[in-house]
Design a protein around this ligand. Structure first.
Ligand code: HEC
Ligand code: HEC
Length: 341
């Protein structure tokens, strides 16, 4: 990164930069839903994407200049924070939630575990300004970037008026994140009948069980219906994270969290909003026999006799885990286009 910055700064001629962006086309396979993000308001260009990528890996977005977005969103782990159940930011500041994957956000209308962010362009303001994350102000970030010759030329290449300001910074980050689509797992190839991809018997039995017992919430090929649900996790009294309730103070929303996509779930551990489970085996055991009556469990998880959870045999659990691993998209996890080099 440093070398790239030095290279660019040595040849940056701020005044002589010509704005002639290279448009990029975002191709979405047939098994995906329509886009939600309004690309027409922030047209994707190679220059905007590259700027967004630099910003995503840029420590200057934080107050101590050393916590970039990528610190908590690491590519190899589906852009989550490996080894941390809840986020760690500037000066060891500890948050209350597990870092979420950055993938397929172009299909989503609300962000974070409780949906507090209602536009992708606005979401990064939360981590930048959060005391326990990057602990910085947008205006301060802008000042730091203005003092950097690489960013003076990169903004001029990416935006017509070329100004380094909060709006352009957020738009560039969005262009990078909009491009981060994960659509090429074994499951996708099987569903789209590409390259003779087939499932093993175990994976196929897992798919059948998943369709019977899980798709009411983990719906569509995004594997989320994008609703907020209470799946019966016991409440940690020390944190008492009320989830969706925090946004509208509506009692119906108590302890509801966004249904997460399960794409690349093999690599995004630990699981749930507070990272309480380390393994997929622990998650399927939880659905079978670990639910707690926290006062607002989703009716889909309450049986007629009042018992909680989704009864699963050992074989069903084993096959579910095998199926979930077919959602791993190595092309995405290793794509150098999203990497810091
Ligand atoms: C200190 C760790 C940390 C840093 C730094 C950080 N994030 Fe996050 N990110 C998180 C956590 C934790 C969540 C879940 C937040 C919540 O639910 O309240 C999250 C959620 C998100 C989401 C929502 C994803 C979804 O599916 O709804 C996006 C987008 C995101 N971060 C982008 C960024 C960007 C861009 C930056 C840099 C400007 C950044 N993050 C910096 C920890 C971090
Ligand atoms: C009633 C809706 C609902 C049903 C049914 C459901 N889930 Fe979930 N699932 C959720 C919600 C909500 C979360 C996040 C809860 C939280 O963190 O507070 C979740 C989280 C998960 C996670 C953790 C993902 C991550 O990134 O942390 C996995 C894995 C998972 N579910 C698998 C399954 C499987 C397998 C089934 C079927 C046996 C299933 N779910 C059925 C709503 C549901």
């Amino acid at each position: 990164m440093l070398i790239i910055v030095l290279l660019f700064s040595s040849c940056a001629k701020d005044d002589a930069i010509e704005y002639s962006p290279t448009p990029i086309n975002l191709e979405i396979p047939s098994n995906f839903p329509p886009l939600v993000y309004a690309i027409e308001n922030n047209p994707l260009t190679e220059e905007g994407f590259q700027l967004g990528k630099s910003l995503f890996y840029e420590g200057k977005l934080s107050s101590n200049n050393s916590i970039p977005c990528a610190f908590c969103h690491e590519q190899a782990f589906a852009f989550t924070h490996h080894g941390h159940n809840v986020s760690h930011g500037v000066d060891g500041g500890i948050g209350i939630r597990n870092s979420q994957p950055i993938q397929n956000l172009v299909f989503q209308s609300e962000f974070t575990w409780d949906g507090a962010a209602t536009h992708l362009d606005l979401q990064p303001i939360i981590p930048i300004t959060s005391e326990v994350e990057m602990n910085e102000s947008l205006s301060n970030v802008v000042e730091k970037l203005k003092a950097d010759a690489y960013y003076r030329s990169a903004f001029a290449l990416a935006f017509e008026e070329g100004e380094i300001n909060g709006e352009n910074l957020l738009k560039a980050l969005s262009q990078f994140m909009v491009m981060m689509v994960s659509t090429n797992s074994k499951y996708d190839r099987m569903i789209r009948q590409e390259g003779n991809e087939t499932f093993s018997v175990l994976e196929n039995d897992g798919l059948v069980t998943f369709q019977q017992k899980c798709t009411s919430c983990h719906a569509t090929d995004l594997f989320t219906d994008q609703s907020y649900r209470n799946n019966g996790l016991s409440v940690n009294p020390q944190v008492d994270d009320k989830g969706r309730y925090n946004v509208f103070q509506n009692p119906d929303d108590l302890y509801k969290f966004k249904v997460p996509s399960l794409r690349n779930v093999e690599h995004s551990f630990p699981y749930m909003h507070d990272g309480r489970f380390e393994t997929l085996e622990a998650v399927v055991n939880f659905y079978d026999n670990g639910l707690t009556d926290n006062g607002n469990v989703d009716p889909l998880l309450v049986s007629e006799n009042g018992s909680l959870g989704i009864p699963l045999t050992d074989y069903e659990k084993q096959s579910l885990v095998a199926f979930l691993k077919t959602l791993t998209d190595n092309e995405f996890l290793q794509n150098e286009r999203f990497s810091d080099f």
